[in-house]
Design a protein around this ligand. Structure first.
Ligand code: SAH
Length: 253
C-alpha cells in the first residue's frame, strides 16, 4: 500500500479548536512536521512522537522533510495553523508530491482564522465575503490592490489575512486607503488578535479608525459590507431577513 502523508489543519491554537479527526490523525502519526511555533504549541500533547520543524520562509524544506520521512516508511503528519488549504502548505505539498508518485496525500480540514475570528466578533461573514491576504511575499502588491478594489466595488464583506509583519508595518493602512476609495469611512469593521491563544483581543471600529490601528502577524481583520452593523458591540452582517420589530410583537400580543 502507498505511504500516505496527512496535511493537518490544527485550527487557530487551542486544542479545543482542533477537530476530532485532526487529533486522531496526530495521535496515529509517528512523525509530526511543522513551523517551529506550531510544533511548540503542540508541545507535550504528543509525547513519543518525532517532532520536526523548520522556521518561517523554509516552507519548501518543511514539505521535503515530510516526503523524506515518509520514504523511510514512517507515518507522517504535516501540521499547519488554521486550515492547511487556506494560505497553508497543502498546495505546495501537492506540487512537490509530483516527484513522489508512490506517496498519497490527504488534507484534514481545520478551522480557519476567518471563521474562528468571525465567531468571536459575532457574525461578520453571514453573507457573500472574500478573503484577501496582504502578504506580498509571493503575490505582487499591484494584484493585491486590484483585488481590494474589486472586493470593495462588489460590496463583499472582506477578511484580511497577514495584515502586517515586521517588514510590512503600514500595509493595513495602505489597504484601508484603497478601500476608502469606494467605501464610506464609517463602515463597520473589526479585528481579532491571537484567536485561541493567550492574549485574545476582539475589537470593533469604523473603517476610518481601522486605518490607524496596529495589526500584527496574529491579527485577522474584518470589513463589513454596506449593510453590516455593530449590534450590542458585535459585528453583524445581515442575511436580509425582514424581521418584525419587537414593539410590534408586544402590541399584537
Ligand atoms: N492557514 C491559516 C492562515 C495562515 S496565514 C488559517 O487557515 O487560519 C497567517 C494569517 O492568518 C495571520 O497573519 C493572521 O491574519 C491569520 N491567523 C492565523 N492564526 C491566527 C490566530 N490564532 N489569531 C488571529 N489571526 C490568525
Amino acid at each position: 500500500m502507498a505511504n500516505r502523508i496527512y496535511i493537518v489543519g490544527m485550527g487557530p491554537g487551542s486544542e479545543e479548536m482542533m477537530t476530532q479527526e485532526a487529533l486522531h490523525i496526530l495521535g496515529q502519526s509517528e512523525v509530526i512536521v511543522g513551523y517551529t511555533l506550531y510544533i511548540k504549541l503542540l508541545g507535550g500533547r504528543f509525547p513519543g512522537k518525532k517532532l520536526l520543524s523548520t522556521p518561517m520562509h523554509q516552507e519548501e524544506e518543511r514539505c521535503r522533510l515530510c516526503f523524506e520521512e515518509s520514504e523511510k516508511g514512517k507515518k507522517v503528519a504535516l501540521v499547519c495553523s488554521g486550515d492547511a488549504g487556506i494560505y497553508g502548505m497543502a498546495s505546495l505539498m501537492y506540487e512537490i508530491g509530483k516527484a513522489y508518485p508512490d506517496i498519497e496525500l490527504q488534507v484534514i480540514a481545520g478551522i480557519t482564522a476567518a471563521s474562528s475570528g468571525a465567531a468571536l466578533l459575532g457574525a461578520p461573514l453571514n453573507h457573500d465575503f472574500c478573503v484577501i491576504s496582504l502578504s506580498d511575499l509571493l503575490t505582487p502588491w499591484e494584484r493585491i490592490e486590484k483585488r481590494l478594489h474589486a472586493a470593495a466595488i462588489g460590496d463583499f464583506a472582506i477578511v484580511l489575512y497577514n495584515p502586517s509583519s515586521h517588514k510590512r508595518k503600514d500595509y493595513l493602512m495602505r489597504a484601508c486607503d484603497i478601500l476608502l476609495c469606494s467605501i464610506e469611512d464609517g463602515r463597520s469593521c473589526g479585528y481579532v488578535e491571537n484567536i485561541g491563544r493567550d492574549g485574545t483581543k476582539v475589537e470593533t471600529c469604523t473603517l476610518k479608525e481601522l486605518r490607524g490601528r496596529k495589526a500584527n502577524m496574529f491579527t485577522t481583520v474584518f470589513i463589513g459590507n454596506s449593510g453590516t452593523e455593530i449590534i450590542n458591540g458585535r459585528l453583524i452582517t445581515k442575511r436580509g431577513y425582514q424581521i418584525e420589530k419587537s414593539t410590534d410583537i408586544c402590541r399584537d400580543n
